[in-house]
Structure formats: C-alpha cells, structure tokens
Design a protein around this ligand. Structure first.
Ligand code: PLP
Length: 364
C-alpha cells in the first residue's frame, strides 16, 4: 500500500454531495466574481475567527503583500520575521520593497520572542508572526514588544486556521491576519484563494478597494490597486468546508495524538506543544539528524514525506541580494536540515497510521 504525504481527494469525497450542490448552484447563478458567496464567506469567516472584518482575496501571498501595502510599509522599512518560514511570508515583505530582518525560531518552530528585541532598529515598522505548522506563536511577549516599540503586527495564518493562543484566535492579535486557502491548507479551497481579517474598519475598507483595481465604485479608481478578487466558486466551496472545519480539526487532533503516543524512536524528536497555545496540525513535523536517510528509508516502504522547508529563505537564490550566507542563522539552518513532515490528512485510516508508526519506530 502506498501512503501519500497528503491526500486532498479525501477531503472532497467526505462532503461530496454538499460541494457538488454548491458548485452547481454557483454555475447556474450567472454571477462569478465578488457576489453573495464572497460576502457570505467573509461574514462567516470573520465570525469564525472572532474578527470584525474579513476581506476575501485571490491567495495567501496577496493577503500578505496587500496587508503591508495598506499599512504603508515599503522601501527603507524593516520587518521582523522568523528565518524558518515558507518563502511566501518573506515575499509579502519584499514585494513592497521592505527588508526582512530574520530572527531564529524557538523549539516550537515559531519566532523566538526572546530574540526579537535585539533586532529592532529605527527602521523597524512591523513584526510578521508566522504560526508555522499550525501552532500558535508565543503571542503574549510578542504583543508586549510590539506595543513597547509601537510596531505593527501582521500574522501569517496560512497554516493556523482556528489555532488559538490563550483562547484567542490567531489572526486577531495584530493589525491584520493573513490567510491562505490553498487546497492543502487546513481550510482549503479547490484552487487558489486567500483573505485578511482585521478589527480595523478602515484597513478592511482599504483592502476591499485595493483588491478591485483600487475602485470602490466601478470605473472610479482611488488608488493603483491590484486584481486580487476571491471568486464565487471558491468562496461558495469554502463556506461548505468551513461548516465542517471543527470536526476536521478534531480528526487531525486524534491522528496526531496517536502519533505522539505511539512514536518512540529515540533518534527522533517529536513536536512539542507550547503552554497556552493550540496546535491545529497543518503538518506533523519530526526532526532527526539522519533526516535524509529516514526519508529514503520511508520512501522505500512506499511512505511519502515532505520537507517543510529544505532551503531557508535567506539562503534561497531569490534572496541572494540580501547578502546572507550559510551559518548566519544556525538554528534556522539546522531545522532545514533535520525536519520532516510525515503523512497526515483528513481521512487517514488507522491502518495507514499503524504502518507509518511501525516503520518509523523500526528505523535504526
Ligand atoms: C501557503 C503559505 C503562504 C502562501 O499562500 P498562497 O495561498 O499559496 O499564496 C504563505 N505563508 C505560509 C506560511 C504558507 O504556508
């Protein structure tokens, strides 16, 4: 039996009838971009997050760069971000001409809050907090630092739909929370989609204008904006999935609790949960010095795994211009060499979990 790192088809078949009914409804409606489905989804997702406003966008990357754009952060400004993130977080900063300032991660794979203050300069305008792999970052000290230095806080919640810190949803701590609904995310669409959430009405209005060529009223353009509209099909299908998000999260929780209880190979480091944080398990990430060997061993047993992420942004070709070199961020770089995401999806069977657990425990 082949076990894939992720099976997106299962998430469709689980609610096939509802998805198909909604798709046909949208197709027959004659209205395909920015309509009732988008408005409905924005309301429902804002409510889900406990935020006042949600604005649907075309992708998670758009959510990030448009967030920094409407906050007025660009050339000459610095934004603090963890070194071990998906490169889209960093592109959200650099598309606007701002400079990323990398901070090493903590043992939970999120930004190490104790290392932020030393990186703040007179150019620092914001902290981009990434709730990586589905676990909420250490928001108490982060918000204290942001308040002390009057920094904006943007949250990259592309992997943290529904994750909380001290009972408060990720995405609602800072000025703007940025979400991706790329198909593999915990709240996934059937194509590209994204959104921001915010409690600031002015920022929500500016985002709504920006996503539609800078126009509030058709053909009256206030600013040079973008085309980053969420379409009706994705919004409608997201509304269906959102209704089931809690039960989907519970299922992933059960699978990961099983992994935590049963995996016991001494050469493998299991993920840890921070006090006060919840983890929605976008990925189940283990760590070992023999990562490449383990990956090959599992592959031979038909168990697929993925590395999130093999090249940290500061060492990627795209960011050669930042002038960073290997050794600049040792913890970030060590994680890139040792992390491995093992199979996890909604619909994963007990049998599949047993096979993965047995194989990893028998790795010598
Ligand atoms: C997926 C992801 C993004 C980008 O989202 P897209 O919808 O693919 O543009 C940004 N940040 C993180 C942490 C992600 O995982």
């Amino acid at each position: 039996m082949k076990i894939m790192p992720n099976r997106l088809d299962r998430g469709f078949f689980m609610y096939q009838e509802e998805f198909e009914k909604k798709a046909v409804e949208v197709l027959r409606s004659g209205w395909y971009v920015l309509g009732n489905e988008v408005r409905g989804f924005e309301q429902e997702f804002a409510d889900y997050c406990g935020a006042k406003h949600c604005v649907g966008l075309a992708s998670g990357l758009d959510a990030l760069w448009i967030a920094f754009r409407i906050l007025g952060i660009g050339k000459g400004d610095e934004v603090i971000v963890q070194g071990n993130t998906y490169i889209a977080s960093v592109m959200g900063i650099t598309i606007n001409g701002a400079t990323p300032v990398f901070v090493e991660p903590d043992e939970y794979y999120n930004i190490d809050a104790t290392k932020i203050e030393e990186k703040i300069s007179e150019r620092t305008k914001a902290i981009l907090v990434v709730h990586l792999y589905g676990q909420a970052s250490n928001m108490k000290p982060i918000m204290e630092i942001a308040n002390k230095y009057k920094l904006r806080v943007v949250e990259d919640c592309a992997q943290s739909h529904g994750a909380c810190f001290d009972g408060k949803m990720t995405g609602t701590f800072g000025d703007i929370g940025c979400f991706s609904f790329y198909p593999s995310k915990n709240l996934g669409a059937f194509g590209d989609a994204g959104a921001i959430v915010t409690n600031d009405e002015k920022l929500a209005d500016e985002c709504r204008i920006f996503r539609n060529y800078g126009s509030e009223k058709r053909y009256y353009n206030k600013v040079v904006g973008a085309n980053s509209r969420l379409d009706e099909m994705q919004a409608g299908l997201l509304r269906v999935r959102l209704r089931h998000l809690n039960e989907l999260a519970d299922e992933k929780q059960r699978i990961c609790e099983n992994y935590l209880a049963e995996l016991n190979n001494p050469c493998i480091e299991l993920p840890k949960i921070r006090d006060g944080a919840t983890h929605i398990w976008h990925q189940f990430v283990i760590r070992t010095d023999r990562r490449d060997e383990l990956m090959e061993y599992l592959n031979e047993k038909d168990i697929g795994t993925i590395i999130h992420y093999p090249i940290p942004p500061h060492l990627s070709e795209a960011y050669a211009y930042l002038g960073k070199k290997a050794g600049d961020y040792p913890i970030t770089e060590r994680y890139a060499k040792t992390v491995l995401s093992i199979p996890l999806d909604n619909g994963m069977t007990d049998e599949e979990q047993d096979i993965v657990i047995k194989a990893i425990n028998e790795f010598r």
